[in-house]
Design a protein around this ligand. Structure first.
Ligand code: SF4
Length: 328
């Protein structure tokens, strides 16, 4: 691959990142040679099924866990080379929103204490400035001032996720990693939270790295999407392009699995035909081969590289070809 998917003037650049965990037999490669870049103000979605490595990748990006290889550049600085003090200062600029706001909020702390905590840890401003900032972020996420005296259990799921967002916003970060931010919420609340995140992005120029297992979440929210399978990016493209012209068999399977808007319309097969389902992944250089209905001899001989088949559209598949015409 000649360059990473993404813009050249990047706020965040992930460069050949790998994370290997020791296993009982072979080591487990949770993230394998992943590269991408995010421009300021962009939303980039990382999508894949549970266990594909996307959450491990997100934690490496934030330097919460150390990768086995590779670099993460934030504003041109490699996080893994920074002295402790500089990394602590940089943490103000990179925050996370968790999937389950209830488990990420301390049930013994009031909202006021929860929102003050990051400001106190990073010694932001005076006492009065911090109190004012707490009230400001609470208003930004659409919660009333009366919420300050309450505890997390007094809120609904959607309100708790607003609190999680407020805490991430408190330090005025530039990058927010949102790890499945709406998957624990009712369908009716999901759109409200995604709309709130979009409004905040427009107002404050935030950059989002959104982790999701569901392509429907990223469709209207992300500018670009990367699909992960077993630790590797198998396809990456601008969102409209990916939905109009999915080129990897795994992406095509994920799109077929999206339920139709009309519940009476039957859902298509949830994945490619089960040819080779029993083959061990170790027999195939392409990790998707045991589930791939298109696998051929070359897939048994060579691992596919990530190739740019259309402008900004990268695919890891020997047989994928750029179509001459894309129906929009
Ligand atoms: Fe399927 Fe071969 Fe492409 Fe892998 S490289 S996804 S096995 S066609």
């Amino acid at each position: 691959m000649s360059r990473a998917p993404g813009g050249s003037s990047s706020l965040l650049q992930v460069d050949r990142l790998s994370k290997r965990y020791p296993g009982r037999g072979n080591a487990i490669l949770a993230v394998d040679d992943v590269s991408f870049a995010l421009s300021a103000g962009e939303t980039f979605g990382l999508v894949g099924e549970s266990g594909c490595g996307k959450s491990t990748l997100a934690r490496c990006v934030l330097n919460l866990i150390r990768p086995t290889a590779g670099r993460v550049l934030f504003d041109g600085r490699n996080l893994f080379d920074l002295p402790g003090g500089e990394m602590r200062a940089l943490r103000r600029e990179m925050q996370i929103i968790f999937q389950d706001p209830y488990s990420s909020l301390d049930p013994r702390m009031t909202v006021r204490a929860t929102l003050l905590e990051p400001l106190e840890i990073h010694r932001v401003g005076s006492h009065a400035t911090r109190e004012a900032r707490v009230q400001e972020v609470l208003a930004q996420v659409g919660l009333p001032e009366s919420a300050l005296r309450k505890y997390p259990h007094e809120f609904s799921g959607g309100q708790r996720q607003r609190l999680g967002i407020a805490r991430a916003l408190a330090l005025a970060p530039r990058l927010i990693v949102a790890d499945e931010p709406v998957s624990a919420l009712d369908l009716s609340i999901r759109a409200q939270i995604l709309n709130l995140m979009q409004d905040l992005q427009e107002a404050y120029g935030l950059t989002y790295l959104l982790i999701a297992h569901d392509l429907t979440i990223v469709r209207h929210f992300c500018h670009r999407v990367a699909v992960m399978f077993q630790g590797q990016i198998v396809e990456s493209a601008p969102t409209d392009e990916l939905f109009a012209c999915p080129l990897h068999p795994y992406t095509q399977a994920l799109l077929r699995a999206i339920p139709p808007p009309d519940p009476d319309q039957p859902r298509k097969r949830s994945g490619p035909a089960g040819r080779g389902e029993t083959d061990g992944p170790g027999e195939w250089p392409c990790r998707f081969a045991p589930r791939c209905p298109l696998a051929e001899e070359i897939c048994r001989r060579e691992a596919p590289a990530l190739r740019e088949l259309r402008p900004e559209h990268w695919v890891r598949c020997h047989l994928a070809e750029a179509p001459l015409i894309v129906l929009q």
